[in-house]
Design a protein around this ligand. Structure first.
Ligand code: GCB
Length: 602
């Protein structure tokens, strides 16, 4: 559990960021594990941490590598930390990693987007230099989350074929920190929020390790105490509560303290937004008011650092979202950094939080053949490995995501999978189990969804009965009915929406988009031109506006992003409203004009 509380420095907690330039070695022949590289690397180059390793060097062998890579760094552990529990914490390493300190394994973790920590007390020399070696692996299979496969070419090269449409960036993607924590400490906090007119309520539960008594203070944004409580659980009441609202966030700080005989042992602050979320009929209610999602599916993606954490980029994205009149995003197709989620809380950006379950649809070649109508090679959900290890990995990903993000006010819904092949019979029992597992796990009982693929249109999807909100990814006017036929795309989409409306649930369009080369203009329009993207959007919006059950539109994608190379992608997916370096296409201005006129509530 220690890994899941964000590493805030407080009066009782010391945090040291050891990210930077580390030593690095590509394990081309897959020899490192057998040859004892864990004790120390030779023949190294340099690598930035955090960053994807793929786009930093000029080597194809590294960019397209399949298998292990190794990192090494040195760090001091202060002598005065001997009386504390000392950990090394990774924000994430994609997709799996094992960490060795002075040759001893301290932690191993599977899942590329979650934090993990290893305890160092028994393996480090206090007051001395210590060596850390990390092996990171990027392989995919049918039963990994996300899913993909590996093909072996005639010359012996192994190549990863993801079953998804984004580059399989890998490496140490988020910061690496040393944490010196009190041995008795706050281990976990859970909050539920509610309000009744002016009275706000924060129901809290705190689990602590070791000895001590818990006290809690709730501070407002000026740092004034507005409520206090004692004990591991309780309710804090706030008079004249200021709600967390989309686009108008207010954050209280729950200050949890652990003391023994009046002496402070540990202290931890948690930002809390007071808000409620509920689905009622075809409405999605935030603070009891019908909310309309305006925004995008995104990616953590930029030039050079790939999926590596970038504070400046996150801020720029927040600025652009505000400018364009968006109020929400989906963390397609994996959990984003903790810092991004904190920013979303701060800015009042509503988040549909997605697990890394993407690619649960194996197709003949890869994602592309699915998008262009290719047939599934085998029945994904009939596979024994998917039903056993795949299901376990999926549950593990859900459990970790909920643990990490359960308290974020910005999170209003969980997306448990993106575009699984729910036209298959075997997807039904699979998702029955996944949904009943997830329902038990969220203390706030937020709505659950999965994102439906256009190959499982209305009438053929076997899993929509489990969702609270119907989320659709549709490309009428791009992958189907493109070009001249696009004029009728809105009508076809409207017909399908009519069907989904019968379910009596809210509908969010989580993807609709058209690839567009920035700067390419054409009159009359053709596919790939900026004019076409705008005309395409008009067709889609006409369909949404005609369907009262549609409670949101999230265009695909916020910005252009990198994918695997191939004949369908020109240096990546170009469906962005913004370019990869975050400048607007014509469509961004077009969307702004529309979204400025649509209220978040109403
Ligand atoms: C989809 C996927 C997304 C792709 C997008 C596209 O349905 O969910 O990952 O990038 O289509 O552009 O084809």
């Amino acid at each position: 559990m220690t890994a899941f509380l964000y590493p805030h420095e407080t009066r009782t907690r010391r945090i040291v960021d050891i990210s930077g330039i580390w030593k690095f070695r590509l394990d081309n022949n897959n020899e490192g594990r057998a040859s004892g590289w864990k004790d120390g690397l030779t023949d190294t180059t340099l690598m930035a941490v955090p960053s994807s390793y793929n786009d930093i060097t000029t080597e194809k062998a590294l960019r397209d590598h399949c298998g292990d890579v190794w990192y090494e760094t040195e760090f001091y552990v202060a002598e005065e930390w001997q009386m504390r529990d000392v950990f090394v914490r990774f924000g994430s390493a994609t997709h799996r990693a094992t960490v060795y300190v002075n040759g001893e394994e301290v932690v191993s973790h599977d899942g590329g987007y979650m934090p993990f920590a290893g305890k160092l007390n028994d393996v480090v020399q206090f007051g001395e230099k210590n060596k850390m070696v990390v092996v990171v692996n990027n392989e995919l299979s049918h039963s990994t989350i996300p899913a993909g496969t590996i093909v072996k070419h005639a010359n012996g090269t192994r190549e990863i074929k993801p079953f998804f449409d984004f580059f399989n960036y890998a490496g140490i993607h988020r910061a690496v920190k040393l944490m010196a924590l009190p041995t008795s400490r706050i281990e976990d906090i859970t909050v539920l929020t509610d309000f009744d007119q002016d009275l706000g309520k924060v129901d809290y539960q705190i689990s602590a390790l070791g000895q001590g008594d818990v006290t809690v203070a709730l501070l407002d944004e000026e740092g004034k105490t507005v409520a206090t409580s004692e004990g591991n659980e309780g309710v804090l009441e706030i008079d004249n509560v200021k709600l967390w609202q989309p686009g108008n966030a207010y954050l209280y700080t729950l200050q949890a303290s652990l003391s023994d005989d009046g002496q402070l042992i540990d202290q931890y602050p948690l930002e809390v937004g007071v808000r409620t979320v509920k689905v009622e009929g075809t409405k999605f209610l935030i603070n009891n008011e019908p909310f309309y999602f305006k925004g995008f599916g995104k990616h953590e993606d930029s030039a050079i650092r790939g999926r590596g954490y970038d504070a400046a980029l996150n801020l720029r994205d927040m600025e652009l979202l505000e400018w364009i009149g968006a109020n929400s995003i989906r963390t397609s197709h994996y959990p984003y950094s903790e810092e991004f989620m904190q920013l979303a809380d701060r800015k009042g950006l509503v988040v549909i939080n997605e697990t890394p379950a993407v690619g649960q649809f194996d197709v003949m070649m890869n994602f592309m053949s699915a998008a262009t109508g290719g047939q599934s090679q085998s029945n994904f959900f009939d596979r024994p490995d998917v039903q056993t290890q795949g299901m376990e990995a999926h549950k593990h990903a859900i459990a970790e995501l909920f643990k990490r993000d359960k308290n974020h006010a910005c999170v209003v819904m969980w997306a448990l999978s993106n575009e699984p092949d729910t036209s298959q019979e075997a997807s039904e029992p699979y998702f029955k189990e996944i949904f009943s597992y997830a329902r038990e796990l969220d203390p706030q009982h937020r709505p659950l969804t999965l994102v439906n693929f256009m190959m499982a249109p209305y009438g053929t999807c076997r899993a929509h009965q489990y969702v609270d909100v119907i989320c659709l990814n549709r490309y009428y006017g791009w992958y189907m009915m493109g070009g001249l036929e696009m004029d009728n795309a809105g009508n076809m989409f409207a017909m399908e929406l009519q069907g989904w409306s019968n379910e009596g649930k809210p509908i969010v369009i989580t993807e609709y988009g058209a690839d567009t080369m920035a700067g390419m203009h054409k009159l009359p329009s053709v596919q790939w031109s900026e004019e076409y993207q705008c005309e395409y959007l008009d067709q889609q919006h006409m369909a949404f506006d005609g369907c009262p059950a549609v409670v949101g539109e999230q265009m695909w994608n916020f910005a252009d992003f990198q994918t695997w190379e191939g004949i369908m992608r020109v240096d990546g997916n170009k469906k962005g409203a913004f370019t990869r370096d975050r400048q607007p296409k014509m469509s961004a201005h077009h969307l702004k004009r529309r979204w400025d006129k649509i209220d978040s509530f109403g």
